[in-house]
Ligand binder design. Sequence first.
Ligand code: KDG
Length: 316
Amino acid sequence: MNDIITIGEAMIAFSPQSNGPMRFVNGFEKKIGGAELNLAIGCARLGLKTGYISRLGNDEFGKYIYNFARGEGIDMSHTEFVDGYPTSLNFKEIMADGNVRTFYYRDKSPTLTLTPEDLDEAYFKDAKILHLTGIYPAIGDIHIEVMEKAIELAKKHNLLVSFDPNIRLKMWTKEEARKVLSSILPKVDILLAGAEEMDTIIGEKDPNVIIEKAKSMGISFIAVKQGSEGSVGHYNGETIDAKPVKANKVVDTVGAGDGFNAGVLYGILNDWPLGKTLHFGNTIGSMVVSVVGDNEGLPYYEEVQEKLGEIERIER
Ligand code: KDG
C-alpha cells in the first residue's frame, strides 16, 4: 500500500557550471527535475511509501530517471517507457545575483501518451493521498483529462487530493492557468500553494483571504507558502502563521516548495498538530535551498530531526 501516489512529468535538468546568460555557458551538469518526482523523492526520504505514475522516453535519459527514482525507493510500477517521445529536458540559467531562468524542451513529452484509461483503479484503492500539481495540466490538454479521472478515482476510493498550483508561465498564459486551476481547486482536500500563485488564480495574495476563499470552496487543509517568510496554514478551525526557518545558506531555491509539501503531507499522514506540521515543512524547505539541484537537498527524516535539534548530529 502506498501512502502517496502522484502523477507527473520528470525531466533531465541541466544545471550550468558557470553563471551568466545561458548562451555563454559551455558546461552543464546532468541532474533530475520535475515537481511531482521531487515530491515523491522528498516523501520517500522521510520514510513514506510513494508511487509515481508517468511516462518516460525509451532512451538513456528516461532510463536514468527511472533507475534514480527506484534507487530512492519510489514505486515505479506505473511508469512506462514510450518510443518516439524523447524524455523532456530543461536547462537552467543562473545569474550572478542568483536569479534563475529555466528553458524547457518538453513539447513532445512522453506523458502525452498517458491517457485517462491508462490509470489503474487498483493502484488508487491502495493509497492514502493523491498529489497533483498545476504543471501537469500545462503540458497538454490530455493531461487535464488524466487529472480529472485521477481525482474521480481518488474520491471514489477515499484518498485525500493534495494540490500545488505550481504555475509555470513559460508553459501557459495566466488566463489559461486561471481557467484550468480554478476548476480544480474545489475538488481538492489539501492545498499547498504559493501566495503569488493564488493571486494569479483567485486574485488574492493575502494568506488570510486565501484561506477564507479556499475554505469556502470546501478545502480542508490549506497551507500558503511565503518562501523566506515561512507559511500560514489552516486546518480544523485553527490558523497558524508558522515562522520561517533560517537556511544555513541559500544557493538554489528550486524544489523548496516540493520539500515543504513533502513535510506537510508527512505531518498530515501522522496526524500531527498544524503548527508542528507547518514547522516541519518550513524546516525541509530551508534545507532544500542550501543545496544545488531540484531534489538533492531533500533530507532524510533523521536529517530533519538533526536540524530541529531533536537528535544530536555526530560528525565523526
Ligand atoms: O518545483 C521544481 C520544479 O519546477 C522543477 O524540478 C522542474 O518540474 C519542473 C518544472 O516544470 O519547472
